[in-house]
Design a protein around this ligand. Structure first.
Ligand SMILES: Nc1nc2c(ncn2[C@@H]2O[C@H](COP(=O)(O)OP(=O)(O)OP(=O)(O)O)[C@@H](O)[C@H]2O)c(=O)[nH]1
Length: 598
């Protein structure tokens, strides 16, 4: 209704624009005088007042939201100059004129207006600044935000304090207090820069009127700017995280103990224990030798020959119980010895010995067993010879023959273990190409004894394999080459042809090879063993025997029969399946064991 004048001043220059809203108003003439009197006052205060009016007019949005908008301006534009920020941000389209007023500004600065400005500034800054600051930061944060805790600031402050006590309400109040002093100290220094940043609305005058900071900025800005920005923006998070840390720590600690529920920790030791147990279990079969040291070889041999001895001695005792030695008793004793596979020759030697010294006298079974042991020992002593290897042959070739299942491969493994334990380099050749299981079994023994194994495909020429193995053993510098062979008695012709071929081929590399031909003899086969030795002796030129499976058989006496008939050296006897169940043959021990003599 009433007319008014809008005055627009820009950068110290006043521009007056009069706009009559209602021309009908009669009052104007009366007020013109008053206005004229007022003009000089307005003109003098105009630059300052206009700035205040214009700035707040343009800043209201900033004041309404506070820092955030200011910060945006600072970030978006140049923070260094408060005036530049003010001129650019609020004026917007009118920015162009802003550079012009810049030179004009010095005028108001030296002008008398400067002194008045510091006065209002001093009271205005300390009082209004602390209030808006706590209002902006702590007021919403400390008290209200606690429950909502949407903002990071409120939850952080109350949390550190409540740590000692769950009720931090009173403590929360001091919390904002520390925040204020932090902000205040930072302000005095960055005042030239911060005022435009944090509280532009009221301090708008300050940046404009404080040229000093503007000149200082070149030196101070670099140090001040980071601090001012850090104080304004970073300070809240910094303060908060510090106190916040304790609580999140609690939260983190909580899960840790959960993670700690490492009651599994005791598990590791258990794991170790279990591992050791597993290892022991796996090693058990291999470590079966452990019982060996407990029992001497003689003890084990006696146990192995227990069945043979028990049956023999029992029958002998039955013949000589309360009876004088006569023809009938001698005939009965001869029958007992023959049934024990000792052979006719050995039986007659025993009866002849008894008759010559005790005929017509009362004889106990113990006396009979002692005579028998002595006579058996006499038979076995010539054949009980140690295996001698002529290492001038390199390698010394050992050809192992025997009927399938008599223990060739097992004996090879046991023998290889003895040789390698003695420091000899051993190579194995899987010459039994007729059975895949025989090849695999030899490889296993090779691994156990750390002896290389030369093998070929199933059904390959055994003689060719033996030849290759011989060459490789020479190349490798092996001391001993042990060749396994098949033992097919089903087809004697093929067996003979194969063994003869092997011997012939080996002779090409060394006329004296094979240097040793061992035959394994299964003690459980009884009288058939005599025939087996006969066959292989003729076909392969067997020059030594290994009596296997003497353990658990009642027919161990066959060894005496074979020795008496073929007079072949008996190098070893086997009394078990383990690696150390192969022992050199001892005539006296064997004789005493089978006769039941201690
Ligand atoms: N109780 C006992 N068993 C033995 C002995 N020697 C070998 N054996 C077992 O007799 C079986 C046959 O042994 P091998 O070494 O395979 O006999 P082989 O002559 O090589 O048999 P093929 O491979 O078929 O030619 C295996 O189960 C051996 O563990 C021994 O002295 N005592």
């Amino acid at each position: 209704m009433a007319g008014f004048f809008k005055k627009i001043f820009s950068f110290g220059k006043k521009e007056v624009v009069e706009e009559r809203v209602d021309e009908t108003a009669p009052l104007p003439p009366i007020k013109w005088d008053a206005l004229d009197t007022l003009k000089p006052e307005a003109e003098q205060a105009a630059p300052e007042v206009s700035a205040r009016e214009q700035e707040p007019a343009s800043y209201p949005p900033l004041d309404g939201e506070g820092r955030h908008e200011v910060a945006r301006r600072d970030d978006g534009a140049d923070v260094g100059h408060p005036r530049a920020a003010l001129g650019t941000s609020p004026i917007g389209g009118e920015v162009e004129p802003t550079p012009q007023p810049a030179p004009e500004e010095p005028k108001p600065e030296p002008a008398p207006t400067i002194p008045p400005t510091p006065e209002p500034i001093v009271p205005a800054e300390p009082e209004p600044l602390p209030r808006p600051e706590p209002e902006e930061e702590p007021q919403p944060a400390p008290e209200k935000p606690e429950p909502p805790a949407p903002e990071e600031v409120p939850p952080v402050q109350p949390e550190p304090l409540p740590a000692p006590t769950p009720e931090p309400a009173p403590q929360e109040v001091p919390a904002p207090a520390p925040t204020q002093p932090d902000i205040e100290p930072s302000r005095p220094e960055p005042q030239p820069e911060q005022p435009p940043v944090e509280v532009p609305a009221p301090p708008a005058e300050v940046p404009v009127e404080t040229p000093a900071p503007i000149e200082v900025p070149p030196a101070a800005p670099p140090s001040v700017e980071p601090s001012a920005e850090a104080d304004a923006e970073i300070s809240p998070p910094i303060r908060q995280p510090a106190p916040v840390e304790p609580q999140p720590i609690h939260a983190e600690i909580a899960p840790e103990p959960e993670a700690l529920p490492s009651p599994p920790m005791p598990a590791p030791p258990a794991g170790k224990v279990t591992v050791s147990k597993k290892v022991e279990q796996k090693a058990e079969p291999v470590k079966a030798p452990e019982p060996a040291p407990r029992r001497s070889w003689f003890q084990r041999m006696r146990e192995g020959l227990a069945r043979s001895s028990r049956e023999l001695t029992g029958n002998i005792a039955g013949v000589f119980t309360k009876r004088k030695l006569d023809e009938d008793t001698l005939q009965d004793l001869e029958d007992v010895l023959i049934r024990a596979d000792l052979g006719v020759e050995t039986a007659l030697r025993v009866t002849d010995s008894l008759a010559s010294s005790r005929y017509g006298r009362d004889v106990s079974d113990a006396e009979v067993r002692a005579v028998m042991a002595a006579e058996v020992e006499k038979v076995l002593t010539p054949v009980a010879k140690p295996l001698e290897l002529d290492l001038s042959h390199k390698p010394h070739v050992i050809l192992v023959v025997g009927v399938n299942g008599t223990g060739k491969t097992t004996t090879i493994g046991k023998l290889a273990a003895k040789l390698t334990d003695g420091g000899l380099k051993v190579m194995l050749a899987a010459g039994d190409t007729f059975r895949a299981a025989a090849i695999e079994q030899l490889k296993i023994w090779g691994e156990r004894t750390k002896s290389p194994v030369i093998a070929t495909k199933l059904g390959a020429d055994a003689a060719g394999l033996a030849y290759d193995a011989f060459e490789k053993a020479k190349e490798a510098g092996s001391d001993v080459l042990i060749i396994d062979t098949a033992g097919r008695l089903q087809n004697k012709t093929e067996l003979m042809a194969e063994l003869e071929k092997i011997v012939r081929v080996l002779g090409k590399l060394d006329p004296e090879a094979p240097h040793t031909v061992l035959q394994t003899v299964d003690a459980t086969t009884g009288q058939n063993a005599l025939n087996q030795v006969e066959i292989f002796r003729n076909v392969a030129g067997v020059n030594g025997l290994v009596m296997t499976k003497l353990d658990g058989t009642a027919r161990g006496g066959i060894l005496v029969a074979i020795a008496a008939k073929h007079r072949l050296p008996v190098y070893f006897i086997g009394v078990g399946e383990q690696v150390d169940d192969l022992e050199p043959f001892s005539a006296s021990e064997f004789a005493r064991a089978i006769a039941g003599v201690a």
